[in-house]
Ligand binder design. Structure first.
Ligand code: ADP
Ligand code: MG
Length: 257
């Protein structure tokens, strides 16, 4: 049965989307059948994998609110073994519509469950909020991967996120685990970057992935070509780092908090 990993951090710009599309692509390259679900109204994963969100006919929105089955919203990507459930800007309206529904936290769980057998990994890219769609992702997931940018205030908001994860664990999804904390946009030349790595490792120890994602221009360029970095420049530092991360996810089990 496919392992479901939510990529979450309510802080914007920490590398959630970059991680979701690239780790999913690398898992696919390692021959694991992988589905990436874009659960962010900004639809960056959708466009980063080469689809124009304005042209999308069926999206995660239709699955959550209009009873469409996941299969019907699925798109094949340029990478073998990698499929996408796209997002659309309408997803912002979905948050409002969902609030009044019964079992509103479990809509995504039910949508995914019918398709779980078909994949080895299902990766969910969350929006920069702890709104109802992110709660749906945490409720559906087996584990959560938390990207943390090697920048000032790296740990800001992390307490709130961990608290939300505990609440979801106690009320909605007791099996939810932390997949790991991922240090992103690391620049070895900067003292600050090194300080953040030290601080995060000191605080979170075994929860932190060994793999650190470097700041790498190929990672920021590849989405505008509609490609994950492994297809855009497979020898780049960014591609190698995400390949290592994918291997680490395959090799290590997730942890309890
Ligand atoms: P989030 O989804 O958390 O908002 P993104 O993944 O969209 O964050 O990243 C924010 C910006 O930083 C994007 O423009 C992205 O291309 C860029 N970026 C992310 N990770 C890296 C990296 N390791 N090196 C260089 N640029 C990066
Ligand atoms: Mg994003």
């Amino acid at each position: 049965m496919g392992k479901i990993i939510a990529i979450a951090n309510q802080k914007g710009g920490v590398g959630k989307t970059t991680t979701a599309m690239n780790v999913a692509a690398c898992l696919a390259v390692l021959e694991f059948k992988t589905l990436v679900i874009d659960a962010d109204p900004q639809a960056n994963t959708t466009s980063g994998l080469g689809f124009d969100p304005k042209e999308i006919k069926a999206s995660i929105y239709d699955c959550l609110l209009n009873g469409l089955d996941l299969q019907s919203a699925k798109l094949n990507t340029s990478i073998e073994n990698l499929e996408l459930i796209p997002s659309v800007i309408d997803l912002i309206g979905a948050e409002l519509e969902m609030v009044s529904l019964e079992n509103r936290e479990e809509l995504l769980l039910h949508v995914i469950s019918e398709q779980r057998e078909a994949y080895d990994f299902i990766i969910i890219d969350c929006s920069p909020s702890l709104g109802i769609i992110t709660i749906n992702a945490l409720t559906a997931a087996d584990s959560v991967l938390i990207p943390v940018q090697c920048e000032y205030f790296a740990l800001e908001g992390l307490g709130k996120l961990l608290n939300t994860i505990r609440i979801v664990q106690s009320r909605l999804n007791p099996k939810l685990e932390i997949e790991g904390i991922l240090l992103t946009m690391y620049d070895s030349r900067l003292r600050l970057s090194n300080q953040v790595v030290e601080e995060v490792r000191l605080h979170f120890r075994r929860l932190v992935f060994d793999t650190i994602i470097p700041r790498n221009t190929k990672l920021s360029e590849s989405p505008s070509f509609g490609l994950p970095v492994i297809s855009f420049d497979g020898d780049s530092k960014g591609a190698l780092a995400y390949l290592n991360l994918a291997r680490e996810i395959v090799d290590r089990g997730s942890k309890e908090i």
